[in-house]
Design a protein around this ligand. Structure first.
Ligand SMILES: [Fe+2]
Length: 243
């Protein structure tokens, strides 16, 4: 009798909790959704950033290649991200929008967000003389045994992506407090908690125009044009110690 009473009590609690959840969902569904323009998260206002260097001035990377990459691949992702955000804002105003369709939009939001950020980091660290200096050089030397060893690891990580797609990323892992070269298969694939310091585009569109399938020559050209002052600033920001 006691057992039955307990079961009845637990059942009543479960039923009550489920009822509250259903009531909460119903209330959320019936609440007036904000108009698309009132949703800052889906403002669809991303603007492409200009190249921070003269595209004619890079060594071993042609103006035609850089401008095509910047205009078509990068700006294409900026436009796509705005389109996705517009669709998500519209979906927010629809209480019956199917989660399955929402999931497709959210996946593309993640994909395009990664593409925009990584391309901005990529272009943002070009235009230099390729000579590593500063605390980041010292930190990489300590992390890998020598700066040459870091370069060897970075080259191998990049070349593991040759002939396909992906990103080679030097990241500061805030969870472990350490520097690593990360292999990323696509715009959505990155180590958790790693702040990107160098994002090297290994998609074929980033080199095929100049180098055909010779990804190794492209890699050397990028290394020769890295702006280590920018990478140093990113490292200091990741550490919470901006210059
Ligand atoms: Fe790209």
């Amino acid at each position: 009798m006691v057992e039955l009473t307990r079961r009845g009590t637990v059942g009543g609690l479960v039923t009550g909790a489920a009822g509250l959840a259903l009531a909460s969902q119903k209330a959320a569904a019936q609440a007036p959704a904000p108009a698309a323009a009132e949703v800052p998260a889906y403002a669809a206002s991303h603007q492409p950033k200009p190249l921070p260097f003269d595209p004619k001035a890079l060594r071993g990377l042609s103006e035609k290649l850089i401008v095509s990459h910047w205009q078509n691949n990068y700006q294409g992702s900026v436009r796509a991200l705005n389109t996705i955000e517009t669709r998500l804002a519209e979906a927010l105003a629809d209480p019956d929008f199917p989660p399955l369709v929402h999931g497709g939009l959210k996946r593309e939001e993640l994909n395009r967000t990664g593409s925009v950020i990584l391309h901005e980091l990529y272009f943002g660290a070009l235009g230099g003389d390729g000579i590593a200096t500063g605390t980041i050089r010292e930190a990489l030397s300590q992390a890998f045994g020598s700066f040459a060893a870091w370069e060897r690891d970075f080259r191998r990580t990049a070349m593991a992506l040759a002939g396909g797609s992906g990103w080679c990323i030097l990241g500061y892992n805030a969870h472990t407090g350490s520097l690593h070269n990360y292999w990323a298969a696509d715009h959505m694939h990155a180590a958790s908690a790693a702040a990107p310091l160098i994002a090297l585009d290994m998609y074929e569109h980033s080199y095929h125009m100049d180098y055909g399938a010779n990804a190794g020559a492209y890699l050397e050209a990028v290394l020769a044009n890295l702006d280590w002052a920018v990478i140093e600033a990113r490292y200091r920001a990741a550490l919470g110690r901006p210059a």
